[in-house]
Design a protein around this ligand. Structure first.
Ligand SMILES: [Zn+2]
Length: 421
């Protein structure tokens, strides 16, 4: 029979990674003589959930095996041995789902909710009960949510990421790699791969920091280009590599304003609005402004890590019509990208005196303008062209600030775009 295995919440800030644990499970399952079919999947869930694990990614893969029981035993052994069970916020969950349309269709709805919305552990338990899904639950078992979501996820848009892992003896040590080879890979294979490096900020963005086992991850739309790119990378010794099919870089988390009932925290949106006050930079380099939308006034933020994107935001003025994309936290939408729909191109100024050519002066609110030299009065305001240093189109945060789920502009066709690479 064909069984989907879904795994989540096995890592902690001190180490491990659910993708790595998924690979260990796949290897043990293959050693037992069963087949793993196709690429495993890496599904990123709602990035604004307060109790998420690092990156909020869950893993699933398809296995051909005679029954659930042995597969479950194997996975249990791998998790007991390798997950960060001692960490209080690590609450692994694993599900084993028959590859059957009736169950998977139901799970797909749950999965989309887990990516865009907030789901409870009770909802996960309800589904497990309803379909009598064999599962493994450790401690609070919060991982059951992501495990079910990773199995049920279905979308026409997807991308790939190959993850390369370090030798276990190197976990926790600084990563050793030749920076230039990553820039070279980007030069050769962009835009089939993206977010490998950030040229402007001179950072290799596909190499994480921290104690997890990942050495690098190359993202792209074409898995052959991804494989070729990895061949020219010079790094410390690699232990394992695995290609994942993923919902990264697809904007799967974004709720379009036409589908939104309201705008609330822990959700991500695309919203059109008009700038009502000029953006301001506060200490620390964070930029804030407010737009007027169909949902009321919405505060927008471009935080310091979004780097040169803030320079574009700072050039907005009152009256500019824009669309913003991002997650709402603390009643503020954190911008991932924006579309400038229409810029204000003129500003009101006091009129020129038709008699002597001098600029007229205001003589108080709701009073006509008045020429100081000859006394001529006028009520007509004068429109002056406003010089703008930005233009209409899409702008995005640079690769060093990209979130897993954000669709980079390089993936968007038929639009006027300003790519930060
Ligand atoms: Zn005059």
């Amino acid at each position: 029979m064909r069984i989907w295995v879904g795994i989540d919440d096995t890592d902690s800030p001190e180490g491990m990674c659910t993708t790595y644990l998924g690979i260990l499970c796949m290897e043990e399952i293959q050693k037992a003589g069963y087949e793993v079919i196709g690429f495993p999947r890496l599904i990123r869930l709602n990035p604004t959930i307060p109790f998420k694990t690092r990156g909020n990614g869950a893993v699933s893969f398809l296995v051909e095996a005679p029954d659930f029981e042995h597969v479950r035993e194997i996975v249990d052994g791998v998790i007991q041995e390798n997950s960060c069970l001692s960490h209080e916020n690590t609450n692994p969950g694993v599900v084993f789902v028959r590859d059957e349309i009736s169950i998977l269709d139901y799970l797909t709805k749950f999965s989309l909710k887990a990516v865009k919305d907030v789901v409870s552990l009770d909802e996960a338990h309800f589904i497990i009960g309803k379909f009598m899904i064999p599962h493994l639950k450790y401690k609070k078992g919060r991982g059951l949510i992501g495990a079910l979501a990773a199995v049920g996820y279905e979308d026409k848009d997807y991308t790939y990421e190959i993850l390369a892992y370090r030798k276990p003896e190197n976990f926790g040590k600084p990563r050793s790699y030749d920076k230039d080879t990553f820039f070279r890979a980007d030069e050769l294979y962009y835009p089939k791969i993206w977010d490998t490096v950030d040229w402007h900020n001179r950072i290799v963005v596909c190499v994480p920091n921290g104690p997890d086992p990942v050495l690098y991850g190359i993202r792209g739309s074409d898995f052959e280009a991804i494989l070729k790119a990895t061949e020219i990378l010079e790094t410390e010794e690699i232990d394992r590599k695995m290609m994942f099919i993923t919902n990264q870089s697809t904007d799967a988390h974004i709720i379009d304003e036409r589908e939104a009932k309201n705008v609330s925290n822990h959700h991500s949106y695309s919203l059109t609005g008009v700038v009502v006050e000029k953006p301001e930079v506060i200490r620390g380099g964070h930029v804030f402004f407010t737009i007027s939308t169909g949902f009321g006034m919405i505060k927008c933020a471009a935080f310091e890590p979004t780097k040169q994107f803030r320079d574009i935001v700072m050039k907005l003025v009152r009256g500019d019509r824009i669309r913003v994309f991002g997650s709402v936290k603390k009643n503020t939408i954190n911008l991932e990208k924006m579309e400038i729909i229409e810029l204000v191109r003129s500003k009101e100024a006091n009129p020129i005196c038709p008699v002597c050519g001098k600029r007229m002066e205001s003589s108080g609110k709701n009073q006509p303008f008045r020429c100081r030299r000859c006394g001529t009065k006028s009520t007509k305001k004068h429109l002056m062209p406003l010089k703008r240093e930005i233009e209409e189109g899409f702008y995005e945060v640079p690769p060093c600030a990209r979130r897993h789920l954000s669709k980079p502009l390089v993936r968007m066709e038929g639009i006027k775009k300003h790519v930060f690479r």
